[in-house]
Design a protein around this ligand. Sequence first.
Ligand code: AHR
Length: 483
Amino acid sequence: MSKIQVTFNREKGTISRYIYGQFAEHLGRCIYEGVWVGTESDIPNHNGMRLDVVEALKAIQVPVIRWPGGCFADEYHWKDGIGPTEERATIVNTHWGGVTENNHFGTHEFFELCKQVGAEAYVNGDVGSGTVQEMQEWVEYMTMDGVSPMSKLRRENGQDDPWKVKFFGVGNESWGCGGNMRPEYYADLYRRYQTYVRQYTKEPLYKIACGPNIDDYHWMDVLMKQATPFMDGISLHHYALASKWEDKRPALGFPDEEWFSLIESAVKMDELITRHSTIMDKYDPEKRVGLIVDEWGSWLAVEPGTNPGFLYQQNTIRDAMIASLTLNIFHKHADRVHMANIAQMVNVLQAMILTEGEKMIKTPTYYVFELYKNHQDATVVDTDGIISDTASYTVSKKDGMMTASFCNYSLTEAETVTLSLVDGSFDEAEAYGIVGKKTDDHNSFENPNAIVKQAFKDFFVEENELRITLPPMSVISVYAKGK
Ligand code: AHR
């Protein structure tokens, strides 16, 4: 039995809604089939975007979408993706399966997707193989309101008004697929490229430098030392692995030890953020610069029989644990983590949604994002107490409503938690959750509702105490009004 004391009026910072961001790359069936089916498709769509997928994404209040990559971003030449669709350049997606990329989804389509979903745009620019001029012109094309060569071109392509680009990334994984650079070299390139990421709008463009791979603390130190004044955010990538990088383990039918090894790998996020933040504090003690975890999630073996370059993996109750405990870690570090983007939105890695032709299913990870919606832009509430070492939680408040979310990743033990409110009492409360019976419980096209969000009844409220019993393999959120 765990006891947690909650002091409603002791606030510990705000959880940016952008922590609930998504990542959508030109990779496998994420963009094509997953989001974009084209206007001529039999699959119901609006301006080429699947209606079912857009509806599902709207329901979880996706705040921001990162695009076009990933590794793809550093080979993406944006002019290939504008103008009449049939005349667009056909290229090879060298990173992801060597498949043909017809560029039917380009800049205009991306902003149409953001509009339909109600999300902000996070555009990732090409440093690896692109020129400064190309990046400068892309920003001008997207955001320039007045008269200029690029705003003229945009208007000729049917878009009068500039779009809003909230976030702009200057390169991706520049230490790897984005150019195999050393941090000293990239830091200089970053300073140069970002100079020409011009500000054409009143609202400042949030510029993101390419940060370290996992625990490359040297990279972080060099970048912060050389480029802090020129950046608003710096990225961090960390994927949860059940074994070594070269030995991707199956998403289904795995042994119990891989339940725990995957979780252990995900939990490393806490240490990574702590240590990277400590370095950032040296150069940015006010925490102006955000740590942007723009790729995270589980990376498992592809489903048998699928293209290894497409990174299509199933998604189970174990992935729901990864999502829940990682979001709890981000909440804890809300003062430094200003945005995060799970990889990836549809059909790739730890996806929200899987599609097969006209069919669509929501994954257990999707339901965690739905359960956690109320944490977006909420204030973290201070708590004291101990919870078992196979559980993790967040308590936050927004508009007088408390949301307490828990993840119990024990395979066998239920966990009873008593929340006791120090400065008030509970009024109305309701709870919802997802609960696994087997470690690889998942939704499939044959059985799409094996794991869905359900009302959860095993809790009890009396005055200032709320007692809840979390089943093994569960993610539960309680929403309670206070008095
Ligand atoms: O998300 C898949 C890939 O993982 C991205 O393209 C790349 O940035 C990372 O290595």
